[in-house]
Design a protein. Structure first.
Length: 191
């Protein structure tokens, strides 16, 4: 009888170990599936959210490097502001490419895929939202980015011009869309 009880105990212990392994395996599988879903949603969210985030934040003179990262995610962000509007904002050096000569601020989002029309719509909405509607000439020496399909300039005020660009270029995952605004340093003839 004692051998039978011991044998039954070993069988039950072995069954318990199998149940624990199955439980752990299922939980690991569930975590992997969850992470894959979250990662795919973040990647997929950029084309849906980046143009609107650009329109809502990139024309604000109060945007900083810290807030740009938070407000423009999950898009790839390139931002600098060498002459902040507010003394409360710190100067921020370029986060990505070097500063464009003749500019003191850049706000750019980039995201996977070809979404030029959505980018142009976002630029126009953002300009309209901020009341930036006085057209300006794009300076002849301003370097348009390779792949830019839309380039325009607007007066921010009588002494300041912003140049906006939308286009496509090679990105880390294939073709990416970029939406960009750069603030020009006032020239002598603008003062």
């Amino acid at each position: 009888m004692e051998d039978r009880d011991q044998s039954d105990g070993q069988v039950q212990a072995e069954e318990a170990r199998h149940r624990v392994r199955a439980w752990v395996g299922l939980h690991l599988l569930a975590m992997v599936v969850f992470l894959v879903i979250v990662a795919s949603r973040v990647t997929a969210a950029a084309p849906d959210t980046a143009p609107d985030a650009f329109a809502a934040h990139c024309f604000s003179p109060f945007l900083t490097a810290e807030t740009a990262e938070a407000r423009l995610a999950p898009a790839r962000v390139d931002f600098y502001d060498l002459r902040p509007f507010s003394s409360d904002n710190a100067v921020s050096e370029p986060m990505g490419r070097p500063a464009t000569p003749g500019t003191d601020r850049r706000c750019e989002v980039a995201f996977d895929g070809t979404h030029v029309e959505a980018g142009i719509d976002a630029v126009l909405r953002g300009l309209d939202r901020e009341g930036i509607d006085a057209e300006a000439e794009v300076p002849a020496d301003f370097p348009a980015q390779p792949g830019a399909r839309f380039v325009a300039a607007r007066y921010l005020n009588p002494a300041r011009i912003a140049v906006v660009q939308v286009g496509t270029r090679p990105g880390p995952n294939g073709v990416e869309t970029f939406i960009n605004v750069e603030r020009l340093v006032p020239s002598e003839d603008q003062n």
